[in-house]
Write a protein that binds this ligand. Structure first.
Ligand SMILES: C[S@@+](CC[C@H](N)C(=O)[O-])C[C@H]1O[C@@H](n2cnc3c(N)ncnc32)[C@H](O)[C@@H]1O
Length: 349
């Protein structure tokens, strides 16, 4: 039986409190312009005691059995020629828990899961630099302790970077994503050399993003439950915004099946996209709904300011489309139809 706990929406967004497997199965075919999300990291973080929580899995292999349902549905709902951007990192193993010190190729297993569902690997993993000292302080792993170099350097390793895996659905993209870059997303290190758009592109096209501001994230503290075993890792807003700029158009519907506290939706709405999100954990869902409503209000305010300035300056043309429209999830079907289709999807499994 599908369990859709709640739903909230604004003019340009819909957020479901439910299981991504069930909710994405209820979305219309080829309605999504871009998916951008961080999946649960197998069993590294357990977000809740729900059996639907993908972090709450018996084993690494069982995580992928569950995740595979979402990957297949993402394929169906994505427009041809469009992307899924998956933020992840390779997962360190522990001697006590896994029997050996090392890493699991989580990014590789995600790529293989997507390829198995028909996706094409579009780009090598974009590598996001992370500070090894901060990781050492946070994780206390012996692999990153300087004293380990003196004892046996063969136990030492480098820090774990984040990755953005970019997968593409085969087919002809019906709406080209074209134009030039008009703003810079990233830290203070940017310098314009020659053309502004080319200078931005040179940095975005780099296979290693050294220029992401790690502290530009949404706040999560209010979303914490007493029962939380670990806390949520909100995705850096710079990473999301770059993916939106590179692989979606204003007006596109962006999907995050693991919406957390709403970071992907926040950026989507502020950049003139529509957003559909799914989050299982009620406390995160509630914070995400508040964050999405606030982002939509801010986006509307900046459009009003732009129009006021236009009136004063006399006739500036607005190029960003913030089309008032019903979110895609409810465009062609009602909430009840969604529930019906969620239920039949579950019956079919
Ligand atoms: C890595 S976090 C996402 C954080 C998000 N990118 C943000 O910035 O807030 C993964 C999220 O997936 C949620 N989750 C786990 N299993 C789920 C499921 N079956 N359906 C929907 N959400 C799920 C967790 O509760 C958690 O919030």
């Amino acid at each position: 039986m599908a369990e859709l706990l709640e739903q909230a929406s604004g003019k340009n967004w819909t957020l479901y409190n439910g299981d991504a497997c069930e909710v994405v199965a209820g979305l219309p075919d080829e309605s999504i312009g871009l998916s951008a999300f961080s999946p649960p990291f197998a069993s590294l973080y357990v977000y809740s005691d729900s059996e639907r929580d993908m972090g709450n899995c018996r084993s690494y292999e069982v995580f992928f059995e569950h995740f595979q349902f979402v990957v297949a549905e993402l394929f169906r709902v994505t427009k041809p020629g469009r992307m899924a951007c998956i933020h992840c990192f390779d997962i360190p193993t522990m001697k006590g828990r896994d029997g050996y010190l090392g890493c699991r190729d989580f990014s590789g297993d995600i790529i293989r899961a997507f390829q198995g569902a028909g996706w094409i690997m579009h780009s090598p993993r974009i590598t996001i630099w992370k500070c090894p000292v901060v990781q050492m302080q946070r994780t206390k792993t012996i692999c990153l302790l300087h004293k380990q170099i003196k004892k046996d350097s063969c136990v030492s390793r480098v820090g774990l970077p984040d990755y953005v895996v970019v997968m593409r659905k085969p087919g002809e993209n019906p709406d080209k994503v074209s134009g030039e870059f008009e703003d810079w997303i990233g830290d203070e290190s940017f310098e314009k050399r020659g053309s502004y758009s080319v200078s931005v592109w040179e940095r975005y096209a780099s296979p290693v993003w050294m220029d992401i501001n790690p502290s530009r994230t949404l706040q999560y503290t209010t979303a914490r439950d007493d029962k939380d075993e670990r806390h949520i890792c909100p995705l850096q807003l710079d990473v999301i915004e770059r993916c939106l700029e590179l692989w979606s158009n204003p007006g596109d519907v962006v999907l995050s099946p693991f919406a957390g506290i709403g970071s992907e939706g926040h950026c989507s709405l502020l950049r003139g996209r529509k957003f559909v999100g799914v989050e299982l954990k009620p406390s995160y869902y509630r914070v995400a709904a508040r964050n999405l409503a606030a982002a939509e209000a801010k986006a509307a305010e900046s459009v009003r300011t732009l129009f006021d300035n236009e009136n004063q300056d006399g006739g500036l043309v607005v190029t960003t489309t913030l089309t008032p429209a019903t979110p895609a999830a409810s465009q062609s079907r009602s909430y009840d139809q969604d529930i019906d289709s969620l239920e039949s999807a579950i019956d079919a499994i």
